[in-house]
Design a protein around this ligand. Structure first.
Ligand code: HEC
Ligand SMILES: [Cu+2]
Length: 358
């Protein structure tokens, strides 16, 4: 830390951690947050000391015994300005310092690896892009920026890893994100830090930080066979999304290739950038935002897809960079038992063709 000597810092944090008064610092942001925290504690302690000293000394110095007749004082501009400006300055330092850290905590770097976390009564379920799932545990590599996309399946939960100084609400119906970079391999506590029902206290788990090599081994040994995007592709076909989104010239729905990150113009004239949250809304509430040039014919899928299913569909659409792959799903569906009969033509089209044109 720039503010105080690193030796003193390490000593203070280790000592507090040993006495279970303070979680270890195991992420990049942790020492930065702690520096601000200790600054606020220090300023408060100094303020408290000044107040206590003044109260005690004044009550002795100006007691009735010493001053039977009180002297009236009509105020002092200098004194009043001092006790206004000094605390104001200190609070502004806290505010600006806090805001800088806040923006750092909530702005993930562009290359962050995304993991989805679904909260439900009473467990945390993590879904890795490779299809690995885990319950009440989260495996992450050290030294890599990890972004969590959180959602709740029922009530409000709050995902908290004290050792990383990370905490974010998991809200029903809306994605929230938070990111961290773990620095030290080890096992850390994972909590739900918001009362969410009778078994709230069981909504705990372990965050396992591994070296990048160990993490690779873990990924390989925990695979469920299909990545999230592959599961999404299967759902896309089995829910017949490809009846409309099939990139054929007569398709009733827009091509979804490269739609992630694109700017869409809506019938309302608004433009939106497509992110995970937009995709989720587009599937559950299609009538809310209609893409220009298309009829509002997409049915709502509210109540028909689980949060896990939505995550898989979103990962599929996010990774969809050519129409060819969508057309492949139409051939696979027709090959499935109960499929719609003869195989649809799967002609190759250059990526981006059939994209919504504005
Ligand atoms: C009956 C045809 C139809 C079906 C079935 C259908 N959609 Fe759509 N979809 C549309 C149309 C038309 C639009 C554009 C108008 C709008 O925004 O509602 C659209 C828009 C979208 C969008 C917004 C992106 C964009 O470019 O407008 C997404 C994402 C999407 N659909 C995903 C899906 C998924 C996933 C499924 C299956 C679970 C599905 N759709 C099923 C017709 C359909
Ligand atoms: Cu909870």
């Amino acid at each position: 830390m720039p503010q105080i000597s690193p030796v003193l810092w390490q000593f203070l944090v280790k000592w507090l951690t040993n006495f279970a008064l303070f979680p270890p610092e195991a992420s990049r942001i942790a020492p930065q947050l702690d520096a601000l925290y200790f600054f606020i504690v220090l300023v408060s302690l100094i303020g408290l000391t000044i107040v206590i000293l003044l109260v005690t000394s004044f009550s002795i110095l100006y007691s009735k015994k010493r001053h039977p007749v009180p002297v009236q004082i009509e105020g002092s501009t200098l004194l009043e300005a001092t006790w206004t400006i000094v605390p104001l300055g200190l609070f502004l330092v806290m505010f600006v310092w806090g805001a800088l850290i806040y923006f750092r905590v909530f702005t993930p770097p562009a290359n962050a690896m995304n993991i989805y976390v679904v909260g439900k009564q009473w467990m945390w379920k993590a879904e890795h892009p490779g299809g690995q799932h885990e319950i009440n545990s989260l495996h992450v590599p050290a030294g890599r920026a990890i972004q969590l996309t959180l959602i709740s399946q029922d009530v409000f939960h709050s995902f908290s890893i004290p050792a990383f100084r990370v905490k974010r609400e998991a809200i029903p119906g809306r994605y929230t994100t938070v990111w961290f970079e773990a620095t030290t391999p080890g096992t850390y506590h994972l909590f739900c830090s918001q009362y969410c029902g009778t078994e709230h206290s069981h909504m705990i788990g372990d965050v396992v930080v591994m070296s990048p090599e160990d993490y690779k081994t873990w990924l390989a040994s925990s695979t469920s066979g299909a990545s999230l995007a592959q599961n999404g592709e299967r759902l896309f076909a089995s829910m017949s999304c490809n009846a409309c989104h099939n990139a054929r010239p007569d398709a009733r729905g827009p091509s979804l290739a490269n739609v992630y990150g694109a700017k869409l113009t809506l019938t309302s004239g608004q433009t939106v950038t497509v992110d995970e949250a937009y995709l989720r809304q587009a599937i559950l509430n299609p009538s809310q935002n209609i893409t220009q040039g298309y009829a509002p014919i997409m049915p709502t899928y509210q109540g028909q897809i689980s949060e896990e299913g939505l995550i898989a569909l979103i990962e599929y659409i996010k990774n969809l960079n050519s129409d060819y792959r969508v057309q492949q799903t139409t051939t696979t569906t027709t090959l499935l038992p109960g499929g719609a009969g003869k195989a649809a033509p799967a002609k190759q089209e250059p990526a981006g063709q059939g994209m919504v044109q504005q």
